[in-house]
Design a binder for this molecule. Structure first.
Ligand code: HEM
Length: 389
């Protein structure tokens, strides 16, 4: 079931939602799991503690060709269940409050402006992904964490491997090991020479509480670095593409910038880029939508299709920038709902308000059918996006 239109989930997913919103499906790797496509059921499962996020459980619906390599690394926040999940999440939640994130606004604006300056000064056409979409969120998350941006090539290439479903398990294992070693050394250096950044503050907090566990910090840094890169970058490219394709909507937005936040919400719903990232495994027998899911069975939550559910969104396939609904599943739902969502929203808002204003003639340099979309990645996006002006 692959997308035939870059702007919509595969047609079969829609059929499933209409005919069997909780359906038994076979994944390309041979694993049989439940696919859930209705908005209501996806929300129910994501907030039900009888579904675990433990990716190492044999029933977990992995989408890579082969089962991910077994790992003795500490489980990341994303993989934890209660009560460990709540404890781990609370320890870092304070870094991502709306107030904390808003304070980053001027610096994000500066980063966006500097990258646009460099684009304007450079040759045309240029690949928007490399010149803008990727470096902007990458630099933002690096500064927030306290990871030297000078090493960006090292972790950008590795994070791309981690979300590529065709990467060989040995390669994924090697990349994870390299990133962990890199971050382990970084945390050790910060423990020696304290820094005022997220990692530095977490080290200080642990020391104060007397519970020092640098391994925990390394796995948190790992998750934030990867999640902070691949997601927002893809959203920036897709947002740029669709707004350039629908100039009337872009013009309306430029006339009323106060509506950008609502537009960001709708763009998040419309693309639901983490479409293949939401999995759970039942740890008890649970009935969902009249179907019995047994303990040990994997569940794949096709949030992209759930976000086009006509029961919840009128004209769900339309990009309606004034829809103003936050009732979407692009950031997941329930206890694991995206920790970085305030940051992602702010970055997208600043990008939309700045990019088209500063480069008024911006346009794709190739037709859409020549673009390579990431249909085989955990996070949907565009690999290369040549633009000109
Ligand atoms: C979790 C999507 C940006 C950090 C999630 C989940 C989704 C998601 C769907 C839920 C996973 C699950 O329930 O299994 C997105 C999208 C983004 C984005 C669409 C951008 C448009 C970010 C950024 C950061 C981040 C910028 C870091 C600063 C995290 C973390 C979690 C998470 C740490 C795990 C939370 C937990 O398990 O409690 N994200 N994300 N995300 N995201 Fe994001």
């Amino acid at each position: 079931m692959t997308r035939t239109c870059p702007h919509a989930p595969p047609a079969e997913h829609r059929r499933l939602r209409a005919e069997a919103p909780v359906a038994r499906v076979k994944l390309p790797n041979g694993l049989t799991v439940w696919a859930v496509t209705a908005h209501e059921h996806i929300r129910t499962i994501l907030s039900d503690p009888r579904f675990s996020s433990n990716r190492r459980d044999p029933g977990f619906p992995y989408l890579t060709r082969e089962r991910p390599p077994s790992s003795d690394l500490k489980r990341m926040l994303l993989e934890l269940d209660p009560p460990e999940h709540g404890q781990a999440r609370r320890s870092v939640l304070g870094e991502f409050t709306l107030q904390r994130i808003r304070a980053l606004g001027p610096r994000i604006q500066q980063i966006v402006d500097e990258h646009i300056d460099a684009m304007l000064a450079g040759p045309r056409p240029v690949d928007l992904v490399q010149a803008f979409s990727l470096p902007v969120p990458s630099l933002v998350i690096c500064e927030l964490l306290g990871v030297p941006y000078a090493d960006h090539e090292f972790f950008q290439t590795r994070s791309a491997t981690l979300v590529n479903q065709n990467a060989a398990p040995e390669e994924v294992g090697r990349v994870v090991g390299e990133l962990m070693t890199y971050l382990g050394n970084l945390v050790a250096a910060k423990a020696q020479n304290p820094t005022d950044d997220l990692l530095g503050r977490q080290i200080a907090r642990q020391r104060e509480s007397g519970e020092v566990d640098y391994q925990d910090l390394v796995s948190m840094a790992f998750l934030l670095l990867i999640a902070g890169h691949e997601t927002t970058a893809n959203m920036i490219s897709l947002t740029t593409l669709v707004l350039l394709q629908q100039p009337d909507k872009l013009a309306a937005l430029q006339r009323a910038p106060a509506k950008t936040l609502a537009a960001v919400e709708e763009l998040l719903r419309y693309f639901t880029i983490a479409e293949q990232a939401l999995g759970r495994v039942a740890i008890a027998d649970v009935e969902i939508g009249g179907v019995l899911i047994r303990a040990g069975e994997g569940v794949l939550l096709l949030a992209n299709t759930g976000n086009r559910d006509p029961e919840v969104f009128t004209d769900a396939d339309e990009l309606d920038l004034e829809r103003g609904s936050r009732n979407h599943l692009a950031f997941g739902f329930g206890p694991h709902q995206c920790l970085g969502q305030n940051l992602a929203r702010l970055e997208l808002q600043i990008v939309i308000d700045t990019l088209f204003r500063r480069i008024p003639g911006l346009r794709p340099a190739v037709p859409e059918d020549e673009l390579s979309f990431k249909v085989d990645a955990t996070v949907y996006g565009i690999r290369e996006f040549p633009v000109t002006w």
